[in-house]
Design a protein around this ligand. Structure first.
Ligand SMILES: *Cc1c(COP(=O)(O)O)cnc(C)c1O
Ligand SMILES: *[C@@H]1O[C@H](CO)[C@@H](O)[C@H](O)[C@H]1NC(C)=O
Length: 269
């Protein structure tokens, strides 16, 4: 959570709070109910960046992650992420009823946009966007929603979270995988401790050496052409893998392969 503008000696006051639902590295969700209460008390605009985590709303089992999102003033949501809508499809949802987009962006060019049409102009997006020519990205979501139904979309969300859970349980059964934390979403962050470093946690250079493991494994998987999984350091944590499942068609065998392959590639490390 970030305050848009900080209190300063100049007397500036915050007007905006930006929260995240589904943060990039850990997939963490801010506690919207508590933050919304503060925003309401101080008349602050509450924005929820749900680009990544917003799709959890489609699942009965997982929508609790976004509890309180209905109190937001604005929300961003990318159906091109978890739902797999073709790139790009990014929604910006506004509670506003004062035609804010028109106030901000309208150029009022009468040679392009007639104002004396036979239907309600509030549905006319022509003069409300920053650019003039643009693609109809929402059509891709609409078509997918029509084709699969809400149940179908819910199934996609539930399956990727089930697969993540499966991967966590399998990791716990194996020797070398060390979770950074229990995943809140589909981000599974972990170290792989290769055979030569097992039970060395007390040694002085354990973490330095562990930090070099993920880059080597990634290099090997890419050169072999078998997989590609990202890694990063975070704060005082050395390089760890970040496995994210967004494809609901990934099978248990694929996930088993993922674990076997890491073990194979790190056998001699
Ligand atoms: C992907 C992502 C973004 C960026 O969204 P774009 O539509 O690609 O600009 C912003 N915030 C979060 C949390 C994201 O996961
Ligand atoms: C265009 O019209 C809108 C709505 O009436 C108004 O808010 C806005 O200031 C106008 N913009 C320009 C550039 O004239």
């Amino acid at each position: 959570m970030y305050l848009g503008l900080f209190f300063s000696l100049q007397g500036s006051v915050p007007f905006l709070v930006i929260t995240t639902c589904g943060a990039t590295v850990f997939g963490a969700f801010d506690s919207l109910e508590e933050i919304a209460a503060v925003c309401e008390r101080h008349s602050l605009w509450l924005h929820v960046d749900a680009a990544y985590g917003g799709s959890a709303l489609l699942s009965n089992r997982h929508r609790h992650l976004l509890k309180g999102i209905e109190r937001a003033d604005s929300v961003t949501w990318n159906p091109h992420k978890l739902l797999g809508v073709g790139l790009q499809c990014s929604a910006f949802l506004l509670r506003d009823t004062t035609q804010l987009l028109e106030q901000c962006h309208a150029a009022n060019a009468t040679y392009l946009f007639q104002t004396d049409k036979f239907y309600d102009l509030k549905y006319d997006t022509g003069d409300k966007s920053i650019q003039c020519g643009r693609r109809v990205d929402c059509l891709k979501l609409w078509l997918m929603w029509k084709a699969l139904g809400s149940k179908g979309l819910e199934g996609k969300v539930d399956r990727v979270l089930d697969q993540t859970r499966y991967l966590v349980e399998e990791m716990k059964k194996r020797g070398g995988f060390r979770l950074i934390m229990e995943p809140e979403f589909v981000n599974l962050c972990f170290w792989y401790v290769p055979p030569s470093l097992r039970n060395q946690e007390d040694s002085l250079d354990f973490w330095t050496r562990l930090g070099k493991v993920a880059p080597i494994i990634k290099e090997r998987m890419m050169k072999k052409g078998s997989m590609m999984v990202g890694y990063q350091p975070h704060g005082n944590r050395v390089n760890f893998f970040r496995q994210i499942i967004v494809n609901p068609d990934v099978a248990k065998e694929d996930l088993d392969f993922f674990l076997d392959e890491i073990e194979r590639l790190a056998e001699d490390l």
